[in-house]
Design a protein around this ligand. Sequence first.
Ligand code: MSP
Length: 519
Amino acid sequence: MTRKTYYITTPIYYVNDKPHIGHAYTSLACDVLARFKRLDGYDVMFLTGTDEHGQKVEKAAEAAGVDPQAFCDKVSQSFRDLAGAMNFSNDDFIRTTEPRHVKSVQALWQKVAASGNIYLGHYEGWYAVRDEAFYQEDELQDGPNGQKLAPTGAPVEWVKEPSYFFKLSAWGEKLLKFYEENPGFILPASRRNEVISFVKGGLKDLSVSRTTFKWGIPVPGDEAHVMYVWFDALTNYITAAGYPDTGSDSYKKFWPADLHMVGKDILRFHAVYWPAFLMAADLAPPKRVFAHGWWTNEGQKISKSLGNVIDPLALIEEFGLEQTRYFLMREVPFGNDGDFRRAGIVSRINSELANGFGNLAQRTLSFCAKNTNAAVPTPGPLAEMDEALLAEADSLADRMRAALDDQAIHTALQYWFDLVDAANKYIDVAAPWTLRKTDPARMETVLWTLLEAIRQLAILAQAIMPNSAAKMLDQLGVSEAARSFAHLGEMGRLRAGTPLPTPQGVFPRHVEAAAKEGA
Ligand code: MSP
């Protein structure tokens, strides 16, 4: 039987800046989905990397007084370091300055040119280096000192130069048909509608080369031009799958990608330009593009000039890696904008991890350590309340899977937390501490039921908090081999008598520094 495959990508990050919460967020969402799919038996390829060409990077290198490649090497490494620090499980890390990528982009260009979709002309218009994007006059706003600004707030400049164009105007109808035939191509639905109305508004041909700077991939046959950075960057997704070798095992296995995860700001590039380039080269478009929202910091837009950029490494340092991962995925309906509040992260950590899951496990395991010879207890006949908790636990994976297949990560976590909550209520009602004296056999059944719920919670939590979930599974005596989703529910029930190691707290409470000092 061939294994099911899943190919998921993050955007590749610009190297003009150091990693911040926005980058960490996009990649984290992909990591959670990738881990879930692996545990669910898929052969996963999870790709991330850095976007290293373009005027913006050229300028940043110049400002730093180093040559662009050396500049890229340094900043690209900081994105690899972020992946390490956040425990991302990416299978590949692509850089657009790598030879495999240059070869792939030039091959794609030639394919698109050969199909008659590229022509030489002149570009004259507004360009925002910060966004690496062209804008129409009517999209602009007036900024300070007569400066014109793009809708994103980025300053634009008038550029006039010879340029190759991609015949985007010829692809409008085909794109609309493609969106219609593939209703799940763009999610969330509100974003899909935005893209459709943009395309219905009429597409103009797209300038895809520049001559006024050098830091890019040369256009084959006309080296005075370097390729537009988005043509270069988007192609990374097929490079990593093995393009231009479309007969390679990896290409056949992984392309078309299952999911490109992007922020809402770069949806148009992924949902309009990218499928058009691919169709023009007679290649399959990806199966889905999901656009998530943006974080603000305590209600304010995050920006370098405001000095309120959130450094993910600082969050990990202060709140812990697993806690930071949980909070970022749990706090905001995935797809919506979200606001980062200290009070919010502290409350999630304390009420849901420490008092919620942590306390549930700690109470149950310490009770077993003392009262069931530090071994899995022996269940007797199940009462209705035991059956109900087990049924909720056994159906959790299916419900989480369905939510995650729509990238509703927050919904999946809500189901997960609902079970934590239900198990905590169950322990209060079943009161094993009372049964210890009155009905020890019943006490064992209750504890076994609780351990089973905790086992399912820990197996599923591996996608979100891999280290803490592993510690929890160690404490339940679940072997490494029994931690995939194939062992959920009845397939991997805890066996009475299995020794349980000494329980240790996995989710400490977060105490604010001020409170610590006052204590
Ligand atoms: N290089 C392009 C992508 C090319 S993909 C073929 C790029 N890079 S980026 O470094 O500017 O941004 C990458 C991601 O970070 C985007 O998905 C963007 O939405 C995300 N974020 C940047 N700031 C953000 C927030 N404040 N909040 C959430 N995500 C944000 O664009």
